[in-house]
Ligand binder design. Structure first.
Ligand code: TXA
Ligand code: MG
Length: 349
């Protein structure tokens, strides 16, 4: 299949947008930008279209999809029950990077929810995403537009790298604003964060103090409520190690490790404060920005993984962040990318 590339970085092209919407209506797949990461969209109410998502992404069938809506009328297609807390959260955070679980209505195909009785719903803020859903006139089911197991796409070329030739179109809307997938919450019982994102635990607690992290996120021993959390994804092809230490200890630990693996092609993902100790030694160094600005690092990590993989890195050493605010969400992704190879003070996950 020839994948149509649609450039909407500067402005939304109405002709291309109509073509993309038509493709969705015909049951085809369209990758589109959102403020979190790029999504791989299909008509959420069309079982066959949804099945194509799983095939193109090589996604495990037990991992449910997020359904994207552009107005509240579409929510009532997906669920018949909206409780008071979810109303307050929608009023505060929609449109935006928050995905909320609802009891699913029988109009939602089984494939979307992987057989679960809940459906995950988000109203994105990104203008292109909003306009695409409006034009398609259906809710759009969309996981991140990467092949399963690969880093989430935060730029259109990331999508191209994984899915070119497999889908009808890719809409290029430039860099994703946040670069971390949405926060997924379950407020059907005690309110839990199933996947942390740029809507932080602190922000959620300002609305409802009872919010807690899904214990499975911390220990890794319990079964996560969000099936996607159990897979080793967000990961580069290269082996990765995460170092969570204060600055002096970190520099020593990294120097020692680099000595032990000398001769290998090494990628370093370091904060600006640390970089100067490692320049000029043949490493491929990615500047993640200041230690105090995890939001900045967040939109760099997935691009960094792909860039270092394409360079042929055999090992990537990553500097960790404090697990506060967005830093907690960022660390959730970094710990996963490192496949548990975490050294130092990391405690949450
Ligand atoms: O920011 C995002 O959320 C992006 C953009 C495209 O919206 N989408 C995204 O989708 O990250 P995906 O499929 O890569 O991740 C969806 C996560 C998975 O961890 C999945 O297990 C969880 O949401 N999820 C979906 N439906 C669920 C449900 N009914 N119950 C529990 N977890 C659910
Ligand atoms: Mg994903």
């Amino acid at each position: 299949m020839k994948t149509r590339y649609m450039d909407m970085k500067e402005h939304i092209d109405p002709k291309d947008l109509a073509l993309a919407a038509k493709a969705i209506q015909k049951g085809e797949l369209v990758a589109f930008p959102t403020e979190t990461v790029y999504g791989l969209g299909a008509d959420a109410l069309n079982e066959e279209a949804v099945a194509k998502i799983f095939k193109a992404k090589k996604r495990p069938m037990d991992n449910p999809l997020i359904v994207h809506i552009s107005d509240m009328a579409q929510l009532s297609l997906l669920t018949d029950e909206v409780n008071d807390l979810s109303k307050r959260l929608m009023a505060e955070f929609w449109p935006g990077a928050l995905t909320i679980l609802f009891k699913k209505s029988n109009r939602v195909p089984k494939g979307v929810t992987a057989g679960l009785d809940t459906v995950a719903v988000r109203m994105p803020q990104n203008e292109i995403a909003k306009k695409l859903i409006e034009a398609a006139k259906v809710p759009i089911a969309a996981p991140s537009a990467n092949v399963s197991g690969r880093p989430s796409p935060t730029k259109a070329w990331h999508v191209q790298e994984d899915l070119d030739g497999e889908i009808a179109a890719i809409i290029d809307g430039g860099d994703a604003k946040y670069g971390l997938e949405s926060t997924v919450i379950d407020v059907l019982g005690k309110p839990y964060v199933l996947r942390p994102g740029s809507v932080t635990l602190e922000m959620l607690r300002a609305i409802e103090p009872a919010f807690a992290l899904d214990p499975a996120l911390k220990t890794g021993t319990q079964k996560p409520k969000s099936p996607g959390q159990k897979y080793r994804h967000y990961a580069p092809k290269a082996a990765a190690e995460l170092y969570v230490m204060e600055k002096e200890g970190l520099i020593l630990a990294l120097k020692e490790r680099l000595k032990a693996v000398s001769g290998k092609k090494i990628g370093l993902m370091l904060c600006t404060e640390t970089i100067r100790c490692f320049v000029g030694e043949g490493y491929n160094i990615i500047d993640m920005g200041s230690r105090d600005l995890p939001a900045e690092a967040s939109f760099k990590i997935f691009d960094a993984f792909r860039t270092l993989d394409n360079w042929g890195a055999e090992l990537i050493l990553i500097e960790g962040f404090q697990e506060e605010g967005v830093g907690l969400s960022l660390m959730n992704r970094l710990v996963k990318a490192a496949g548990g190879k975490v050294y130092g003070e990391e405690e949450m996950f």
